[in-house]
Design a protein around this ligand. Sequence first.
Ligand code: ZN
Length: 155
Amino acid sequence: MRASLSPTLRLAAFALASTCLAGVASAKTCNVNIEATDAMQYNMKTISVAKDCTTVKVTLKHTGKLPKAAMGHDWVLADAKDMQAIITAGTQAGLANNYQPKNDKRVIAATKLIGGGETATTEFKTSALKKGESYKYFCTFPGHASVMNGTFEIK
Ligand code: ZN
């Protein structure tokens, strides 16, 4: 009679299922909308998300008109101390690679590079972020990050 579970095992299976359901119920996706302009600006200097967000979905909208080869923008998230190295590697990667280094583990999240009128999204798990660490978001288009950067924080 191996096919039928003993009452004890059934209870254990039920408890396990309940735990999984609780895990699903506590998952929370938080949406962030940020804009970038032809004047080489993001419209936010800081992005704060609530600490119960398990996933953050970022939507970048380029509100300008210029093409991405001239005024491209992306939204890249990384540990603050990795920002400069990622930008340098991104410049070398070139426009065809969104000015982003390929398969770079230092990049926590990144939208593709977009031009005026376009929108791009990216999402990441907040479990990828460490407590007490500083995070920055920035545009990897050459020359933009000195102005186009901001602080990402979980509150
Ligand atoms: Zn840019």
